[in-house]
Structures are given as C-alpha cells and as structure tokens.
Design a protein around this ligand. Structure first.
Ligand code: A3P
Length: 279
C-alpha cells in the first residue's frame, strides 16, 4: 500500500473516471489482465453492501458448515480482493470495469446490492474508522461526495445499475442486502442452488446461525479486529457496526433525505431496479 506517512490516507487517482487509490491505479493493467477460470467464483459488491457477510455464507456453504475450518484465516485471506492483492477495485461496477476474463470464461458471479442511503451511512463510518480511506468530512459533506461518485470504487449508482443491466446475460446471482436480512434462509438457499451444492437442513441451520450479525460480530476471523488499530480503529466505529436496514434514518435529516431522493430519482431514471430503504 502506498500510504501517506502522516495520516495513512492513500493518494487517490482516477482510472476511467473511477476514483481509486494510487496503488490500485498503478496495478490496474495487472487486474484488467487477471485470468479467470470457468470454475472461479466472483463476489462483486459496491463497498459496504454486505461483502463480508456474503463471503462468510459462501465459505460456510463450500465447507459444509464446518465452523472451525471457516475460522482458518481472515475473511480477506479466504476470499482475496482482486484489487487488493493484485490491486485495483471491483470498481464502480459495469462490465467495462471488470477484468474481461471473467466474462470470457463465464465464471459465476454473486452480486450483492444494498440501498443507497444505508450504504452511504455505512461507508461514511467505515471511512472514519479505516485509515486507508480518504477522510469523509462531515456527513453533510460526504453525502455530496457520494452523490458525485467521488468516493473510492466510484459511483454507487453506476455500480448497481451496471450490474443489474448485465445480470441476465451472464451467470450472475443478483442479491439484495435487505432480502438477506429479511429472510437469511431463503437467500442462503439461493446461493446454495447457484453454487450447485447440496446441504442438509442441519448444515443450513448452522450456516444461518454462524453468519448472523451477532455471531459474525464476535468472530475475529470475520470482524476485521485482527488488523492493527492504526489501520482500522474500531473505537471510532466497529467494522460490524449495526447491520440494520433503515439505519440511515438515524443520521439523515429530513432535508438531507429529500434532497438525496430528488437527486436519486434523476440518477436512477430509466433503470428498472428498485430498492427497499427499510424492511
Ligand atoms: P453497517 O455499517 O450498516 O452495520 P461490507 O462487508 O461490504 O464492507 O459491508 C459491511 C456492512 O455489512 C456493515 O454494515 C456491516 O455491519 C454489515 N454486515 C456484516 N456482516 C453482517 C451480517 N452477518 N448481517 C448483517 N449485516 C452484516
């Protein structure tokens, strides 16, 4: 990582209009040329949409509910971020910004989307506690940055719409965070089917329990507490923060929400995707 020595925050650069850290931009060619295999599985999400949760569910399914095995390493070692080890981001979505090899090889992709306001609040607190991300300023300031898409990994709007547009043309399972929260069993079973796995009711119940918010919050191999506090300071805001759809209401003022919604309608016009901002 190329971190600014004084405050750890990375220098940022734009690649094809998407903001990323300098490290990611310098490694962009390598990422772009990443060679996927047909049996690779890609978990793609906009930041804070439920990546860690989905990673844990997939690992539990692939290891037949073996909790101990799923604690063999940190989340990011069990499912490496392509933009982290090799660099660049899963980016601001769109097939344009995904290494073409994933399309060519027809690898399976699980995409997880989360409503914009909860994503924004989650990203705001994550940016405060994660010293590798740019300082988000006040929430009011951050709302403007988010709307403009000038955050690392780019625009939320382009990401969710871009993946939604291509979901039927590829092997993509498009999930929603709110659905996962509403009925974990139903959504986990969708993943099981997509992965062509067969699991018993007992294993399924184990997976539901082990991947619940309260249990994952206590799991050091999933809650990012093994990183030094100079990188992630959980006393500012824990990585496993609330895990609650509709939490944005505790932060947005009525005026901020109305203004956000007006801009949202313009940016999302023409897309058939709909989100629930509470359940
Ligand atoms: P909050 O900040 O709203 O609590 P990502 O893994 O993509 O970075 O997303 C992190 C968000 O997912 C955080 O949201 C985190 O609390 C939430 N999360 C992580 N594990 C979860 C789980 N098992 N159930 C519900 N939410 C979860």
């Amino acid at each position: 990582l190329h971190l600014d020595e004084q405050n750890l925050q990375p220098e940022t650069r734009e690649v094809n209009g998407i903001l990323m850290s300098k490290m990611m931009s310098e490694n962009w060619d390598k990422i772009w040329n990443f060679q996927a295999k047909p049996d690779d599985l890609l978990i793609a999400t906009y930041a804070k949409a439920g990546t860690t949760w989905t990673q844990e569910i997939v690992d539990m399914i692939q290891n037949d509910g073996d909790v101990q095995k799923c604690q063999r390493a940190n989340t990011y070692d069990r499912h490496p971020f392509i933009e982290w080890t090799l660099p660049p981001p899963l980016n601001s979505g769109l097939d344009l910004m995904l290494p073409p090899s994933f399309w060519k090889e027809n690898s399976k992709i699980i995409y997880v989307a989360r409503n914009a306001k909860d994503c924004l609040v989650s990203y705001y607190y994550f940016s405060r506690m994660n010293k590798m991300l740019p300082d988000p300023g006040t929430l009011g300031e951050y709302i403007e940055t988010f709307k403009a898409g000038k955050v690392l990994w780019g625009s939320w709007y382009d990401h969710v719409k871009g993946w939604w547009d291509v979901k039927d043309q590829h092997r993509i399972l498009y999930l929603f965070y709110e659905d996962m929260k509403e009925d974990p069993k139903r959504e986990i079973l969708k993943i099981v089917k997509f992965l062509e796995k067969d699991i018993s009711e007992e294993v399924l119940n184990k997976i539901i329990y082990h991947t619940s918010f309260d249990v994952m919050k206590q799991n050091p191999m999933a809650n990012y507490t093994t990183l030094p506090s100079s990188i992630m300071d959980h006393s500012i805001s824990p990585f496993m923060r609330k895990g609650m759809p509709g939490d944005w209401k505790n932060y947005f003022t009525v005026a901020q929400s109305e203004d956000f919604d007006e801009d949202y309608r313009k940016k999302m016009a023409g897309s058939t995707i709909t989100f629930r901002t509470e359940i």
